[in-house]
Design a protein around this ligand. Sequence first.
Ligand code: SF4
Ligand code: SF4
Ligand code: SF4
Length: 445
Amino acid sequence: MREGSLEAPTRHPIDWENPDYYDEAKLEAELTRVFDICHGCRRCFNLCDSFPILFDLIDESESGEIDGLDPKTDYRKVVDACTLCDMCFMTKCPYVPPHEWALDVPHLMLRARAVEHRKGETRFADTELAKTDRNGKLASFLSPLANWATDTGNGLTRTLMEKTIGVNREAWLPPFADTPLDRRGDLDRIDVDAAAPAAGRKVALYATCFSNWNMPGPGEAAVKVLKANGVDTRIVYPGCCGMPKLENGDLAAVAEQAHTVAAAFAPLIDDGFDVVAVTPSCALMLKFEWPLILPDDPLVKKLAEATFDITEYVVDIAKKEGLAPGMQPLGGDVAIHLPCHSRAQNMGQKGAEMLRLIPEAKVGVVERCSGHGGKWGIFRENFATALKVGKPAGRAMLKTNAAFMVSECPLAGPHLRQVMEREGGERIPEQVPHPIELLAKAYGL
Ligand code: SF4
Ligand code: SF4
Ligand code: SF4
């Protein structure tokens, strides 16, 4: 048997419609097989909290081997600490398919979550927070009230939230916009620069639930930059990609979202539109997770092939047609945090490449995990771990001493800001926006 593999990693479809997928004895056997291999390898000791928990449990057990663990209680601790960041699969593991051991730890953790979900063990708050569109619709009507209640400065409501739904009172929560991005007539009315080199391109900008309902900044900046570059840009939001439901192991609900969103984009793709997502987790869902959940769906496949991350798309324009002139130097260095779900798209450091297109830009890259993990990091029992995991990334950002700090992930940015605040120092940024917002700034948009 060869140690590791030189062949490109592949990923098997997720067998979620097969009753065996939910068979607890089979799941336990697979967890034992995989955890035993990890125990022998230990390469992933510093990626997240799941592996240290596993290795500590084994080391502190009587036998010092995998059989020293109680599968019913101990395995759950390892699974619960996983944020599904994909980094063990993407960056470390030599035993991923086509290696005969065929390890896919993130998708095995997902299967364990799916079994928990089917048994009705998903907690109430996880289920309700995953309804991003319902929450967004409600809160955008009442955004001043919702934002008052969720502000970390509001000790009364945040203490209440911690006691009732378990959301840590100190964890940053995204504010709600009063007008969703897909109803912003002002953005529709911005002219497309027909003289720009990329004129003729057409983009259906997938607003994503985050930019649509919560923080429109990255979507707004993307529309402005694309239109200034001659790209006929339309904001489209048929619904959330279902990532929070994936975190809950609710694969049927994710499949439903995939059907709805893929059907809405299909006629646009047929009409020559490229699909651009402004949030990396969503781009990852469209490009890679949905085709593994619905491998036989032609519309899902069509959408996956047409989808770009916004940073990848701007770099593509720069390489093929050249960017429109007009950017000015920012007047300071930039530090960019590349989140796990950008790295998992396997597209290279596109955010940094994009920022280097700004005249005189000096860009430092931080590739460590922010520790946030979607909604995982906001819960009472996880927030301290989320800060701990994010510490190396926060420290690395501070060390750059850059005037501008950005992250491609809209949740990782504010979380890293909280990490940096706790580290102290003079260079804590007011905000950690998306890099496309910096490009818009360089254009003066
Ligand atoms: S997917 Fe991420 S959080 Fe989960 S085990 Fe792998 S590295 Fe850890
Ligand atoms: S996931 Fe792979 S690389 Fe990581 S500890 Fe397990 S076997 Fe080793
Ligand atoms: S991954 Fe994107 S669309 Fe999905 S929940 Fe997160 S922000 Fe929303």
